[in-house]
Ligand binder design. Structure first.
Ligand SMILES: *Cc1c(COP(=O)(O)O)cnc(C)c1O
Length: 431
């Protein structure tokens, strides 16, 4: 046997994975598919290079063309988010978050956060980035019915504990956070407000969600591959202008948090692809974000009418790309497994009241990828019917899988990008 057999084995898995996703309904709320022009950047020579530092101030030579790309990426990010500071170097949303924590808070100091059970992300949790930084976490009260931070309680909490940072990071993110109120309270006690937009970055860039940097957030971090359908990566954004010594020092600390704080090589091919994703979002982001939200609302309504328990009922279920379903105590995993057998990819999720993250009672659904392959409200109704057949009527998943594959046939091409019509799931043979 040659080790080449192993290579072929890995290639075969990639081929099968492409085929699986091309024939399924990908509904993980944090996932998306890459446009052809973003994808092209990932294959360029930028991949192999180093560019530590900032454009024009490098530790290595050979960065001439990359400097132009990074400057362009920063310029496009500032345009897209209408702000004055952009760092496109973080290699992930988590990296961006830890870089910001490194910049703005010291070990032993206090930050106020959302609980994981209420939809927070691990990077602001004790077992994740916040724990790595050794910071003391105090949780906001949460309003289950409104699926949101309890504003009055949170403002009181900020005034009482006088944290260094007020954090807002949400992986279950149905409705905008009360940023104006939280940031006013934070600023009153000398704290900064950090808004982690990992999930909703593309909705914000498309002007269809809240606008945190203009509602009072000092920093906004994000992932560049969720509702912003770019390459895997992160960003740090701010609307601070560096117009006083203190403000200059704030921005300097932010930059220093990312490099040398949490990066060395920052995956230059991804930075190039981010630049293209920002340009594509400036062109198509508004239409894409609008349709993504409309699809989530249509799907939620249709699921509700078919008998599912959908969160946020009194507020129209969702104002984002996400839907949260209550499936039954501890039944989330079983439900997501059944759906996978039927060709529908989602994830189990904790819902308010859950205590065991391994046995949660809910499912989180997302519409970003379905929207990108051209689906609209009408298709959402058909998808709700698939959910009804799998989870309520308990039909055999194998049969439904065939129907899903047939349904998916007409939705193979990518939209909301340049070179529209490219088949996003084709496996291309390079060598
Ligand atoms: C996904 C997510 C992240 C992490 O992003 P990565 O790019 O996967 O590291 C951070 N914060 C929130 C709220 C998220 O949902």
């Amino acid at each position: 046997m040659s080790w080449y057999d192993e290579v072929e084995y890995i290639r075969e898995q990639a081929r099968l994975n492409n085929e699986f996703f091309a024939n399924s309904l990908p509904m993980i709320a944090s996932e998306n598919v890459l446009s052809p022009l973003c994808r092209e950047m990932l294959l360029t020579d930028f991949h192999g290079r180093y560019a530590e530092g900032t454009p024009g101030q490098r530790y290595y030579e050979g960065c001439k063309f990359f400097d132009n790309v990074e400057l362009k990426a920063m310029e496009l990010a500032k345009k897209l988010f209408n702000c004055s500071y952009a760092d496109v170097r973080p290699t992930a949303g988590t990296t961006a978050n830890i870089g910001v924590l490194k910049a703005l808070i010291k070990p032993g100091e206090t930050a106020v956060v959302l609980d994981l059970a209420n939809g927070a992300h691990i990077s602001f949790g004790k077992w994740g980035g916040a724990g790595v930084r050794g910071i003391n976490l105090v949780s906001y009260p949460f309003n289950d019915e409104e699926m949101n931070i309890d504003v009055d309680g949170a403002v009181k909490l900020i005034k009482k504990v006088k944290p260094k940072l007020a954090l807002n990071g949400r992986s279950v993110f149905l409705f905008p956070s009360p940023i104006k109120e939280l940031s006013e309270a934070a600023h009153d006690v000398g704290a900064y407000l950090v808004y982690d937009a990992a999930h909703v970055l593309g909705l914000i860039g498309g002007g269809q969600f809240q606008d945190p940097l203009h509602e009072g957030a000092d920093v906004m971090t994000g992932s560049t591959h969720k509702t912003l359908p770019g390459p895997q990566g992160g960003v740090v954004l701010s609307n601070h202008k560096g117009d006083s010594d203190e403000d200059k020092s704030f921005l300097r600390k932010l930059g220093f948090g990312v490099f040398p704080g949490v990066t060395s090589s920052y995956h230059l091919h991804h930075v190039a692809a981010k630049a293209i994703a920002f340009a594509e979002h400036l062109e198509f982001g508004e239409a894409y974000a609008r349709q993504t939200i409309k699809n989530a609302q249509a799907l939620a309504q249709s699921l509700y009418e078919r008998g599912f328990k959908v969160f946020g009922e009194k507020l129209g279920f969702t104002k984002s790309h996400q839907i949260l379903l209550a499936i039954g105590p501890g039944k989330g995993k079983e439900a997501s497994k059944k759906l996978e057998e039927a060709g529908i990819v989602t994830n189990m999720n904790t819902i308010p009241g859950d205590t065991d993250p391994l046995n949660p009672s809910g499912l989180r659904l997302g519409t970003p990828e379905l929207t990108r392959i051209g689906m609209k409200e009408k298709e959402m109704d058909e998808i709700a019917e698939f959910y009804e057949r799998v989870l309520l009527k308990k039909e055999k998943p194998e049969k439904i899988k065939e129907d899903v594959k047939e349904f998916r046939k007409d939705f193979q091409e990518l939209h909301y990008c340049f070179k529209e019509g490219y088949r996003g799931y084709d496996y291309f043979e390079l060598v």
